[in-house]
Design a protein around this ligand. Structure first.
Ligand SMILES: [Zn+2]
Length: 132
């Protein structure tokens, strides 16, 4: 049994299995994030988790140069990103593979791969985004 809990448990379970799963209303087709048990548009409770390719575009980004709590496992500087997932418009927070510190451009296409982030004592699956 999965140790992930809450409405977004299938998302985390999917990442752990190497897949991007996001929730969509089976009644009206609306994508919903954060995950909820009920559609915000039509009120239906039949939410389905669909697999999407890890393709996205840059919606926003920032580069972190100074350490703060729970980032001890990350090498500085690191680049955080809000990635807008192709095909559904859902925006997910993640990290950009950015060894050369080239500033991302808004709208730039990205491809994702599953990595891991150490947060305190825990290792959580993370989507690591790269430029195409
Ligand atoms: Zn709906």
């Amino acid at each position: 049994m999965s140790h992930y809990r809450g409405e977004d448990a299938p998302y985390w379970q999917g990442l752990a299995e190497g897949r991007l799963l996001l929730p969509r209303c089976a009644s009206c087709g609306r994508w919903t994030w954060p995950a909820a048990h009920r559609c915000g548009q039509c009120g239906a409770t039949d939410m389905r988790w669909e697999e999407l390719p890890m393709r996205a575009s840059v919606f926003a980004w920032t580069r972190t140069w100074h350490r703060f709590g729970l980032t001890e496992g990350l090498e500085l500087p690191f680049t955080s990103i809000v990635a807008e997932i192709d095909g559904c418009g859902i925006r997910l927070y993640g990290r950009l593979t950015d060894p050369d510190r080239i500033d991302p451009k808004i709208g730039e296409p990205l491809t994702g791969a599953i990595g891991a982030t150490r947060v305190g004592d825990e290792t959580i699956p993370t989507i690591l985004w790269s430029r195409l």
